[in-house]
Design a protein around this ligand. Structure first.
Ligand code: AHR
Length: 613
């Protein structure tokens, strides 16, 4: 029985309580949310990013071409360019299987080119079966300038290629192809299906850009060490202004990041989806397997100043230095920044906290209206966690970011984690969590756990599942909330749970108590659902069928370890009455692989209740 007392006072739930955490992991940005279709558009890929890369990764040359890094470059931050010989061409293969083009849709091509004596570029879109759009001819003469052309695709393809041919020698850089149809039709925009899936969650906040991405690598910027710095920490100033002047970088997760999706685009996206922006800056102490604390005071001062400049970029008037950069990029109105995270999962608690306090003091002195978010290290418990909580509590920090990735069992057993947290201490920002797996049982465990977050909404002020996005062909971390390739995207079961909570955020907790365990009686038939999966071990002869009656999954549950038979690949077992998934991808596979239109399945579960359960 559940007893509810509507008159009792429960915690207030903030509208911002449930949000999303976007990190450029699993190619979430380039080849993902950032709608650019050309991979390695500025020939900046390097073995420093990934040992398998060259400046011509994703390009093939017909004729003569070489990548140059000399005084003829486009600008100081965009070092490499392609020197293409007369009568030669280069072809780009995009991401995944290639450039995805949809019949009848428009595509905007652009390139920076230099040809002192003049040349004609022929730009074409093709696949193995031939032309996909009428080729465009572009006359080029003189120094570096941007040239554009528009295509309309004659067919839908997943393996498209972009070719640029030149009649005479030419220098090329920033070879780009964008769908016209980006999210909200914005220039330098976002891939529509992915952005709309995130928008549909109705997130209360958007944490970005990482994660380990933020506080790993060198804390210097590309010029501070007297030259080109790769593997540098994510620094917001690298990511704003004209895209051709954003110096690319090695991504901590093993690839190149163009920064085409940068701080302006993050703020714009947060505003568009009605989410509070929550950027995270490096604290000059590394984490994520790297344990270095910078003692360079000048560098620390520079990063602190960069953070103050970030507040001006977000909130300053258009007449201010950094507010002016924002205005020139197209957004004269402030973005309304209220929170900043400093640091992420540092393993050196005292070293981190000393530097965090310097950021915090400087921000609070100039911007008392901004909440500065600290963290509790990389784990849900342990000596670093304890020490950081002690430091955060003693210093009266407002919000502490916690991260944990644990088994579904852990999430079920720790529903009461925050019941005993100090009501007068710092509040919690649960910035990263997920149960290990993308199956329905994981989603169910996360949903159960979230009821504990909500019950403690006076302590837990913000919470975000992580990671948000994964390109299925470039996965560094799983599970993930939304999956995609170059042609489709699909939601995990956990996505539906996040959506459920974010779309139905209450105003106030109504205290309740429960006795006994709610049960299901009799044979059950219905659309596939979380509770059916979780309780399936209590039933005999469980079957999941498609609308036409085809059996997709079945098990008679005889013996201690029965095996699901199914048409999808992977395997499942049931042990000692508990449902155990042995292939974490299998359930995803059942509903998505090879058929992104998974909603077309009309799945049903039929089971006979086992006697005594
Ligand atoms: O979410 C993936 C990673 O997990 C994040 O980058 C990091 O903060 C955590 O360890």
């Amino acid at each position: 029985a559940i007893t509810v007392d509507p008159s009792a006072a429960g915690a207030t739930i903030d509208d911002t309580m449930y949000g999303v955490f976007f990190e450029d992991i699993n190619r979430a940005a380039d080849g993902g949310l950032y709608a650019e279709l050309v991979q390695n558009r500025s020939f900046e890929y390097s073995t420093a990013d990934n040992t398998s890369y060259t400046p011509l990764t994703s390009w093939t040359v017909d004729g003569t071409a070489q990548v140059a890094d000399d005084a003829g470059r486009l600008n100081e931050r965009n070092r490499n360019y392609l020197s293409l010989g007369a009568g030669s061409s280069v072809t780009n293969a995009g991401y995944n299987t290639g450039i995805r083009l949809e019949r009848g849709k428009r595509y905007d091509f652009s390139v920076w080119a230099r040809a002192t004596s003049g040349t004609t570029l022929t730009v074409s879109l093709k696949d193995a079966a031939g032309e996909l759009a009428e080729a465009r001819r572009i006359g080029v003469r003189g120094g570096w300038a941007k040239y554009t052309a528009t295509f309309t695709a004659s067919r839908t393809v997943n393996r498209g290629r972009l070719t640029v041919a030149s009649s005479a020698a030419v220098a090329l850089d920033m070879v780009s192809l964008f769908p016209r149809d980006t999210y909200r039709n914005q220039p330098n925009g976002l891939r529509k299906d992915l952005a709309e899936k995130i928008e549909a969650l109705k997130p209360g906040f958007l944490r970005f850009p990482g994660g380990c991405l933020v506080n790993t690598g060198s804390m210097q910027d590309y010029s501070e060490a007297g030259g080109w710095q790769r593997k540098r920490a994510y620094q917001w100033k690298d990511t704003v202004g004209p895209v051709e002047e954003r110096a690319t970088n090695a991504n901590f997760w093993g690839y190149n990041q163009s920064y085409g999706l940068g701080y302006y685009e993050y703020f714009r996206f947060a505003e568009d989806i009605g989410a509070m922006p929550l950027p995270v800056v490096p604290a000059l102490v590394t984490g994520c397997g790297q344990n270095r604390a910078t003692d360079d005071q000048a560098l620390l001062r520079r990063h602190v100043q960069d953070t103050l400049d970030l507040i001006e970029f977000a909130n300053g008037p258009a007449g201010s230095t950094w507010g002016g950069v924002r205005a020139r990029m197209g957004h004269p109105k402030p973005f309304g920044l209220t929170h900043i995270g400093v640091g992420n999962e540092e393993n050196l608690p005292d070293e981190f906290f000393a530097r965090f306090q310097e950021f915090r003091a400087a921000i609070e002195a100039e911007h008392p209206e901004i909440t500065v978010v600290s963290n509790s290290g990389p784990d849900d418990t342990g000596s670093t966690f304890d020490r950081l909580w002690q430091l955060n509590r003693a210093a009266g920090v407002d919000l502490v970011d916690e991260h944990y990735y644990n088994s579904p069992q852990w999430f079920l057993q720790n529903n009461g984690r925050y019941d005993s947290y100090d009501r007068n201490g710092p509040k919690v920002f649960l910035g990263e969590y997920a149960s290990q797996g993308n199956a329905f049982r994981n989603a169910l465990a996360e949903a159960a756990f979230m009821t504990g977050l909500e019950r403690n909404a006076d302590v837990v002020k913000l919470a975000s599942y992580a990671p948000l996005l994964a390109n299925e062909d470039y996965v560094q971390w799983r599970p993930d909330l939304i999956w995609f390739n170059n042609r489709a995207s699909w939601n995990s079961a956990g996505y539906e749970v996040q959506k459920l909570f974010m779309n139905n955020t209450g105003d106030r907790v109504v205290p309740s108590t429960a006795t006994g365990t709610p049960g299901v009686s009799g044979p059950i038939t219905g659309a596939i659902g979380l509770s059916t999966w979780a309780t399936s071990a209590a039933y005999d002869d469980v079957r999941v069928t498609a609308a036409d009656g085809t059996t997709l999954l079945s098990d008679d549950f005889s013996g201690d370890a029965s095996r699901w038979t199914h048409s999808g690949g992977g395997s499942w077992t049931v042990q000692d009455g508990a449902y155990v998934q042995t292939d974490t991808e299998a359930e995803n596979t059942l509903v998505t692989a090879g058929d992104p239109a998974w909603k077309d399945y009309d799945l049903h579960v039929r089971a006979t209740k086992r006697s005594g359960k």
